[in-house]
Design a protein around this ligand. Structure first.
Ligand code: CMC
Length: 448
């Protein structure tokens, strides 16, 4: 006999048997629970989807209590040690590690699609010089759908493959262009002789040298960061990609939704916020006062806490190891001392331990980016580069899943109903509005 859950509705005294599959009941099975025939039926209320599985997925496994992260069954620790970002991207999308010729073809295909259409440069020039690079990237990815209109044929396997290749290949180019734009520097074209991480560093940093050469230790550290950020199951941006993609829009538009979600400070924007926080703390002696402010709920300890991990985020552990290696090449960073001491004091404090708040992936990643000479506005942009492979893998999985439907949650309506329109003369409110009309800040008005 299948596992079932018996639910008794104390309003009516009726009992219902609901099937349990994979430790889960189907939300729609609750709809049969009604007080009378006119009743719509029972729903679940779950803001933020804290206890709702929205899909079946075979891509990424997380055990938040134990601090385990695996992609297609391979541990993140082993992948960081033995693999490369492009191999992990292949693994996420196709489900298996590639053979040598498969990897060669994959790397060749990605490497030979790194250039963006020249018109994209004209598009980028329309942004103000001080536009945030993540805003530029978001628009750039959305605009790609207009350069590749056939991508909307999402049932065509070849189109889906080309979209995956193009997005993974062009994301570093778009990201580096958005950075160069913000500095007023000429865009640097991709160099197909370089590996994925070195090519990105080159497009960011190359000036007059004929050939850019990245320090292999720095390129390796960046590649590891790319592996660590490649996928993380149904996080906010991936859920956004799936929700938008469920309307059957083209993948560029769906991935642009992921970039938008990642922009937020509670998601991909956290590492930028961590650096701002460390700079504000300024010195080790100020840490106790800062933590008091966090406990009084005046602010958050950025880079700590996670919806799923209730233990040390395994990605944070790996990054921490690489911080030292990178600083060996680039020289000491005084913020590392503050970060290390802040972590120690927070982990010694009952407020954080009782809430199972541990460092997450963003606590140390900003320090590596800063050591690589990358400004903090670029941190989230860099997160978007590797997450593109995860978003594409999840988008492809969703498209092949016959159980999926267009995302369309329900609501509990709390507003008024059945009101009659009130004529203007009969409405209540102030007779006159005083004060100046809403104004934009002086900086934004300049040249607008
Ligand atoms: N600092 C101080 N208190 C915190 C923090 C924090 N960073 N995170 C959670 N708490 C407290 C929270 O106030 C609550 O306390 P109480 O139960 O007394 O009200 C308790 O811990 C549970 O927190 P929650 O807000 O219910 O947890 P959540 O699962 O909704 O939020 C989170 C998860 C990541 C949004 C949150 O921990 C947070 O805002 N952290 C800081 C931002 C950050 O580092 N984000 C990066 C996440 S990892 C990368 C990514 O996914 O993009």
């Amino acid at each position: 006999m299948a596992d079932t859950l018996t639910i008794t509705d104390n309003r009516t005294g009726k009992s219902y048997d609901v099937d349990i599959t994979d430790e889960t009941i189907k939300g729609i099975d609750l709809r049969q629970i009604k007080v009378n025939e006119d009743d719509f039926g029972m729903m679940t209320y779950d803001p933020g989807y804290t206890n709702t599985a929205s899909c079946r997925s075979a891509i990424t496994y997380i055990d938040g209590e134990a601090g385990v992260l695996q992609h297609r069954g391979y541990s993140i620790e082993e992948l960081c040690e033995k693999s490369s970002y492009l191999e992990v991207a292949y693994l996420l999308i196709f489900g298996e590690l590639p053979t040598e010729p498969q990897l060669e073809r994959w790397v060749y295909d990605v490497t030979h699609h790194t250039f963006v259409h020249e018109d994209m440069k004209a598009f980028y020039r329309g942004f103000r010089h001080d536009a945030h690079p993540m805003g530029i990237l978001l628009a750039g990815v959305g605009a790609m759908s207009t350069f590749y209109p056939h991508a909307k044929e999402i049932g065509d396997e070849e189109e889906r493959y080309m979209a995956a290749i193009r997005l993974i290949a062009k994301m570093p180019t778009l990201a580096a262009f958005s950075y160069r734009h913000s500095l007023g520097l000429p865009y640097v074209y991709p160099d197909n002789d370089l590996d994925y991480a070195s090519n990105f560093l080159g497009m960011m940093r190359k000036m007059t040298e004929v050939k850019y050469e990245a320090d292999p230790r720095l390129a390796k550290a960046l590649d590891v960061l790319f592996i660590l950020h490649a996928d993380h199951e149904q996080n906010c941006s991936t859920a956004a990609v799936r929700a938008v993609g469920s309307s059957q829009v083209d993948p560029y538009s769906a991935i642009a939704a992921g970039v938008a979600a990642l922009y937020g400070p509670l998601h991909g924007g956290a590492n930028e916020a961590v650096l701002r926080m460390l700079r504000r703390i300024e010195k080790v002696e100020n840490i106790p006062g800062f933590l008091e402010g966090v406990k009084n709920r005046e602010e958050k300890l950025m880079g700590f806490g996670h919806r799923v991990y209730k233990n040390y985020d395994p990605r944070a552990r790996i990054i921490k190891k690489h911080v030292d290696e990178v600083l060996e090449v680039t020289g000491d960073n005084p913020l590392l001392e503050i970060a290390t001491e802040l972590e120690k004091q927070a982990l010694d404090d009952e407020y954080f331990t009782s809430r199972k708040l541990y460092p997450n992936v963003d606590f140390y990643s900003g320090l590596i980016y800063e050591a690589l000479g990358i400004p903090s506005e670029m941190f989230t942009v860099i997160f978007a580069i590797p997450r593109t492979s995860g978003w594409m893998a999840q988008w492809m999985e969703m498209n092949g899943d016959s159980e999926q439907k267009i995302a369309r949650p329900r609501q509990i309506y709390t507003g008024e109903r059945d009101r009659s329109y009130v004529e203007m003369a009969d409405r209540e409110g102030p007779e006159k509005i005083t004060g100046p009309p809403a104004r934009r800040p002086v900086k934004a008005r300049r040249g607008a």
